[in-house]
Design a protein around this ligand. Structure first.
Ligand code: 2AM
Ligand code: CA
Length: 266
């Protein structure tokens, strides 16, 4: 059996080192390019950090495979064996515009089952970490199991894009939910929004388009604490493709799915 404790310790050490590399880049002018559209940014740091992890993982764990956002990893079409899903900088727009509110996100899966989740808020020096079955921690602080909450008392992470005209969902659907919630917040980093649900600062998070490296770590954490992570029809998330994502505490999850998403028939 893989020694998850050892892999976790090693991965956390690389995350801290990567955090130092990112911090030392903040005083320099970085090369920034756009990818698919003007909002889709990539910097030389995204690429360098992904390569840093891949080099270390390949040297230490040659049998493990890697899915990385910037494409330096392996071509993975099946989730057999141990697979690392890496987002070297989640929240690149925040990284470029604000120099904060971004994270390194790593989920480690074995035969499709989440084993280790790591999200590092580099600027706050807050490392969220879990080994499946052993609880979730923020640095040394254990996070509590998630309590039930209902819509009128809930604050969820939601990008305002999804309540304007868009190609993925009728804005009226989430508009009705927004009206009934206590509030919404938009952090611009899926990993930090999911870590915030794990830490109890947000009660849920909804988005219509995420890639596996965006949610791989957060999913393990939220589920470890009794929360739910599915797509917006209530189906399990596909770890090899793009997904809509509904993250919520117990109670809130069922209420949103039934009363606002018509049990997935929207
Ligand atoms: P990124 O910064 O790593 O690209 C912002 O709303 C959140 O959505 C971030 O977590 C961001 O991750 C992610 N994101 C941005 N563009 C995306 C895309 N085209 N597909 C999936 N996720 C995306
Ligand atoms: Ca990224």
């Amino acid at each position: 059996m893989p020694n998850w404790k050892e892999i976790d310790l090693q991965a956390k050490q690389w995350m801290k080192e990567a955090g130092e590399i990112i911090k030392s880049s903040l005083s320099r002018t970085l090369k920034i390019k756009t990818k698919s559209n003007p909002n889709d940014l990539v910097t030389e740091m995204d690429q360098a950090i992904e390569q840093f992890f891949i080099k270390n993982i390949k040297e230490t764990y040659p049998g493990h495979r890697i899915i990385g956002e910037e494409g330096f990893g392996d071509k993975v079409t099946q989730l057999d064996g141990i697979v690392w899903l890496i987002d070297p900088i989640d929240g690149t727009v925040n990284f470029v515009h604000m120099q904060r509110n971004f994270a390194i996100s790593i989920g480690i899966y074995e035969d499709g089952i989440g084993r280790i989740g790591l999200i590092y808020d580099v600027i706050r020096d807050e490392l969220y970490h879990t080994i499946r079955g052993n609880g979730v921690f923020m640095n040394d602080l254990p996070l509590e199991q998630l309590d039930t909450v209902q819509v009128p008392e809930a604050i969820i992470g939601l990008n305002t894009t999804w309540v304007t005209k868009n190609t993925r969902i009728n804005p009226a659907i989430l508009g009705a939910l927004v009206k009934d919630l206590r509030g919404t917040r938009s952090y611009g980093s899926a990993a930090l929004e999911m870590a915030s649900v794990a830490a109890g600062r947000l009660d849920g998070y909804i988005t219509l388009r995420l890639a596996p490296w965006d949610f791989a770590a957060g999913k393990i954490m939220v589920e470890e604490l009794g929360g739910y992570v599915t797509d917006l029809t209530g189906k399990s998330i596909n770890l090899l493709g793009q997904n809509s994502v509904l993250v919520a505490k117990p109670g809130l999850y069922e209420e949103i799915l039934k009363n606002y998403l018509n049990n997935g028939n929207w």
